[in-house]
Design a protein around this ligand. Structure first.
Ligand code: FES
Ligand code: FES
Length: 161
């Protein structure tokens, strides 16, 4: 199959690339763009560790082909912090409330929780559990993650959207 030209904006920067039609968005981000914060766990849509924002929506980058992102705006975990490296409210809350241990799942949780809180700034614990049920963590037992998202919701302001 012939390679295809794509143009995307990733974390605020535009780029063009020629990619094979079967290249996943996750492999494109990691191998072509060097954005290795997008982690690959299961590679078939179960664990959520590869979650990125595609035109603002949280998607599993292992289930999207890079060519499907042509013309899109992408945000990876590397683009969640402020321009000067200041942690986002979600990132700071994960640090402060023990929302991570080994950190493998953390980029996916950060991206998922960021999109969730943008759309649901005042969630209940059940809402948080429901929203993050597609992200798996083998370390934390989830309690620290729930606390972190709850805390981030408390510090979420219009400035952060
Ligand atoms: Fe994509 Fe697990 S690596 S969902
Ligand atoms: Fe290790 Fe979640 S912190 S898998």
């Amino acid at each position: 199959m012939t390679d295809i030209d794509i143009r995307v904006r990733i974390n605020g920067s535009s780029r063009t690339d020629r990619v094979p039609p079967r290249l996943t968005l996750a492999d494109y981000l990691r191998d072509r763009c060097g954005l290795t914060g997008t982690h690959l766990g299961c590679e078939h849509g179960v664990c959520g560790s590869c979650t990125v924002l595609l035109d603002g929506e949280a998607v599993r980058a292992c289930l999207v082909f890079a060519v499907q992102a042509d013309g899109s705006e992408l945000t990876t975990v590397e683009g969640i912090a402020g321009p000067d490296g200041e942690l986002s409210p979600v990132q700071a809350a994960f640090r402060d409330h023990h929302g991570l241990q080994c950190g493998f799942c953390t980029p996916g949780f950060i991206v998922s929780a960021t999109a969730f809180l943008r759309d649901n700034p005042d969630p209940s614990d059940d809402d948080i559990r429901d929203a993050l049920s597609g992200n798996l963590c083998r370390c934390t037992g989830y309690q620290g993650i729930i606390r972190a998202v709850r805390a981030a919701a408390g510090s979420w302001t219009d400035r952060d959207r």
